[in-house]
Design a protein around this ligand. Structure first.
Ligand SMILES: Nc1nc2c(ncn2[C@@H]2O[C@H](COP(=O)(O)OP(=O)(O)O)[C@@H](O)[C@H]2O)c(=O)[nH]1
Ligand SMILES: [Mg+2]
Ligand SMILES: [Zn+2]
Length: 305
């Protein structure tokens, strides 16, 4: 029952030297889609270098035992760290409008960190049952000015939830990020019913019943779209190259690339620089300034080391 033909697959879970790989095109193998793989011994990349989310080529497919070997690794688009996951297409920054209270500076830090990772970034506001519609619309307007079309959720009514689900089904690989207590797990459980069960089953099969902490894992929403299930994600202080920071703020980016403003110096950081022509009257400017100033300190400290 072995076939020797190469197939493209996606790593959905990793544990020790094993990988779970979903075939990209499964039509050749009936309904068998997921294979337990090891890296081919003669291959000269170490297996630690393959992450969940990586695209790999698998070979030596055994349909009976559902095993195969990984023979090569495709170039990845991006790699997120802690937890490590490759090829994220969409980052959803999740914040609650209350309980815990919305902290705009923290929202901004999460958004900018996400923007620096080279994926499409969206903002989701949860617990909208806790605020008035008036407040909700004012938040939508605020984030519109920041460059985001915020998705506002009230998980007690599921209208916007369904819209989010439809959207997630159009994306390749999405991840939720945000501080704790904002409803990420609740949301993930609504998106993938029976999440806990399916996770437990997989772990049982692989670890022979041993109880292990849950690693990062991709869940299939459809044949083409996945969502990352991760217990937590912290990215409070982005270490972004300060020269790239202006491009991560749509209010600045737009002025430069759409309105065509020009500052005297090409590497203008838009602080007190001589000949700076940036219009600084936008809400996030103070956050931008703080971020530049703290990165600068960090930058110069590192230079001295
Ligand atoms: N009022 C309200 N509470 C919610 C909503 N969504 C989640 N919660 C509650 O917020 C708390 C934290 O949720 P959890 O999913 O554990 O947050 P996580 O830490 O981001 O994973 C739980 O008590 C949830 O029941 C919502 O839409 N409205
Ligand atoms: Mg959680
Ligand atoms: Zn400038």
């Amino acid at each position: 029952m072995k076939t020797n033909s190469k197939h493209l697959g996606l790593v959905t879970k990793k544990f020790n030297e094993f990988f779970l790989v979903d075939l990209k095109n499964q039509e050749n193998f009936g309904n068998i889609k997921r294979f337990l793989c090891k890296v081919k011994k003669s291959i000269n990349f170490r297996d630690q270098l393959i992450y969940v989310g990586d695209q790999v080529v698998i070979d030596n497919i055994d349909l009976k035992s559902k095993r195969a070997v990984i023979t090569s690794l495709k170039k990845r688009k991006n790699l997120l760290l802690r937890p490590s996951v490759a090829n994220i297409s969409n980052i959803y920054i999740i914040f609650s409008v209350d309980e815990p209270e919305l902290n705009l500076s923290q929202v901004n830090r999460f958004l900018i960190s996400a923007e620096s990772m080279g994926a499409e970034v969206s903002l989701v506001l949860t617990k909208c049952d806790l605020i008035s519609d008036k407040r909700r619309f004012s938040l939508i307007n605020k984030f519109q000015e920041w460059g985001y079309q915020a998705i506002t959720l009230n998980l007690q009514k599921s209208i916007n939830f369904k819209n989010l689900l439809v959207e997630l089904n159009k994306k390749e690989c999405s991840i939720f990020m945000g501080p704790s207590g904002v409803g990420k797990t609740t949301l993930l459980n609504m998106i993938i019913p029976g999440l806990q069960n399916s996770t437990a089953q997989v772990s049982k099969k692989i670890n022979r019943g041993k109880n292990t902490t849950r690693n990062v894992e991709l869940f299939a929403l459809s044949n083409q779209s996945y969502i990352v299930d991760t217990p937590g994600f912290n990215m409070q202080s982005p270490e972004v190259d300060i020269r790239l920071l202006p491009n991560l703020y749509s209010e600045i980016y737009k002025q430069i690339f759409h309105d065509g403003i020009r500052c005297k110096f090409r590497d203008c950081l838009h602080l007190n620089d001589e000949g700076c022509n940036l219009n600084k009257s936008f809400e996030r400017y103070s956050f931008y300034k703080e971020m530049i100033e703290s990165s600068k300190t960090h930058y110069y400290q590192n230079q001295e080391d």
